[in-house]
Each structure stands twice: as C-alpha cells, then as structure tokens.
Design a protein around this ligand. Structure first.
Ligand SMILES: [Mg+2]
Length: 298
C-alpha cells in the first residue's frame, strides 16, 4: 500500500485546517494511501520528525504557508527523502501554492489533486546551505525593523512584500551588489533582487514571465536605482510583465549565481528564502534540477 505523511500546524493561518482533517484523510485513503499524521506544535518539531521518520513515504503533504513548505522541503532534502511533495495552503502567505494554482479556501480540491494526479518534477534552489522552492530575495528591506518586517511579510507573502512599496523605493539608498553568474560579473546599485523558481505570485504573477520550475535555471530580477517617476512607470510594467528589457532591471537566467553585498555596514545581513530568514551574504545559489516532485494544478 502507498504511504502518505500529512504534516500540519493547527495554528497556521486562520487555524481552520483542523476542521477539514477528516475529509482530507478520507480522500487520501480513497486514493489508495495509508495515511500517517504529524501535528506540529513546536518550532523545530517538523525537522526532528522528518529526520526520524521512515524514508519510504510515497508522498509527504505539508499543510501550512510558504514557511511550513520551506521547513518541510529543507528537512526532506537534508535527510535524502525522495517522497513527492503535496501542499495544502493554509498559511497567511501561500505564494508557491498560488503559483501551483492551489487555493487555500479549497482544501478538498488540493487533496483531490494529491490523491488523483501525478506530481511534476520541480527544481530546488540551494542558497549556501538552505534549500528553497520558490524565491530567494534580498535588498533594502533587510534594514527595516525586524518586527514590522516579519508581520507584514507574513501577511503579504515575500514577493508582494518586496514589490508593494516600489513607489517608496526612491526614499531609500540602493545597495551596491556584485552578482556573478556562470557567464559574467555585474556590479550594480540595486534596491532589491529576487531569484525566482516560479513566475511570481498574486498580482506579480508575471514577474519572471517565462520562468519554468523545471528548466534547471532560476530567473534573477534586480531593481536598479531610479528617480521616483520612473519607478512608478516600472511598477506598472512589472504588473503587466513587460519589465524584463527595461533599463531599470537586471535580468538573467542561470543555474549558478553568487551575490555579494558591497556595503560594509550591512554586508552580513540575511537574505529571505520562501518567507523564512535565509543565509547571510555572500550567498551562492545553485539550482538542483528536478530535485523533487510536486503536486499542482498544472
Ligand atoms: Mg526555472
């Protein structure tokens, strides 16, 4: 019999997932799975559980937001677990699930996709020693007060968080970065950068318009220093997915990139991976092609 592990946090998002638990288990059972459950209650318990669990699960399902998905992904990758990954979005920010066309108000549909469809090969990123599945970012927001930062980011999701305040970017000093990919080295003053596996999220779903989660490369988008009126125009172009060739954007695709922060007082600042705190600079990002299989509405 096929085995499925369901990992959920009863406190994530609007805390409503627990009311759908029986319906989920029923659908997985009808899909031919022997269902095992882990209820997460403490920081670090998911990592511990995954490191100690049997390695032969066909599917691991994470119910939670981007952060929970990232924790499960890291624990699976670090413990050599090759199970397919199912996602039931139930956090406040669900960027990657949104990209997979999974909606948080339709738990039954997410379960049905996991129970009845085939998962798709998906690239995974490795930023120094932290894995990510959707996005790694950094920039001027690294300086903003940590509390406001985290709450707002949790509410908006990483991608919207970086882009929402674009009109205000001109109030900040851009940060000098050195970005080295497999072909060239670019030194540029940037407000922020995002390294994307998916095409984006929500209103910014065309941030990397032709990105693919299985092409073995990530899309780098950096926003350069610009006067305020030009930033407003650039923002509109980003919403339309017409910004890639704009002079205000640094854009390339590669499977390798090293990003160094050249400003002394913040060069140890941390990046952001899938909405969680990521490694500090310099950060070396590699694509691990088709490292995991993921269920989605493709
Ligand atoms: Mg790609």
């Amino acid at each position: 019999m096929k085995k499925l592990k369901l990992i959920y946090n009863p406190f994530s998002g609007d805390k409503s997932f627990k009311y759908n638990l029986d319906a989920c288990i029923k659908m997985f059972q009808e899909g031919g799975y022997d269902v095992h459950i882990f209820r997460s209650i403490n920081t670090g318990d998911i990592e511990k559980h995954i490191s100690e669990m049997d390695k032969d699960y066909d599917v691991v399902v994470a119910s939670g937001g981007d952060g929970t998905v990232n924790i499960v992904l890291n624990a699976m990758m670090k413990n050599g677990i090759k199970s397919a990954l199912g996602i039931i979005p139930s956090g406040t920010a669900n960027d990657f699930a949104t990209y997979l066309n999974l909606t948080s108000n339709n738990v039954e549909e997410c379960c049905k996709i996991i129970a009845e469809t085939e998962p798709r090969d998906t690239d995974v990123g490795l930023a120094n020693d932290t894995y990510f599945i959707n996005v790694c970012g950094g920039g001027i927001f690294m300086n903003v007060s940590q509390t406001i930062d985290t709450n707002l980011k949790n509410a908006l999701g990483t991608i919207a968080y970086y882009l929402k305040g674009m009109e205000q970017l001109a109030n900040f000093s851009p940060i000098p970065f050195r970005v080295t990919n497999s072909k060239e080295t670019i030194e540029e003053n940037l407000y922020f950068f995002l390294v994307l596996n998916s095409a984006g999220a929500g209103s910014f779903g065309r941030l990397a318009p032709d990105a693919s989660i299985s092409d073995g490369v990530f899309d780098f988008i950096g926003v350069k220093a610009k006067p305020v009126h030009e930033l407003a125009l650039l923002f509109v172009k980003i919403l339309r997915g017409e910004h890639i060739n704009d002079s205000g954007i640094v854009y390339f695709k590669d499977s390798y990139m090293k990003i160094e922060c050249l400003k002394d007082d913040i060069k140890d600042s941390e990046t952001d991976v899938d909405g969680e705190t990521g490694p500090g600079f310099p950060v070396t990002i590699k694509t691990i092609p088709k490292a995991i299989k993921v269920f989605g509405k493709f």
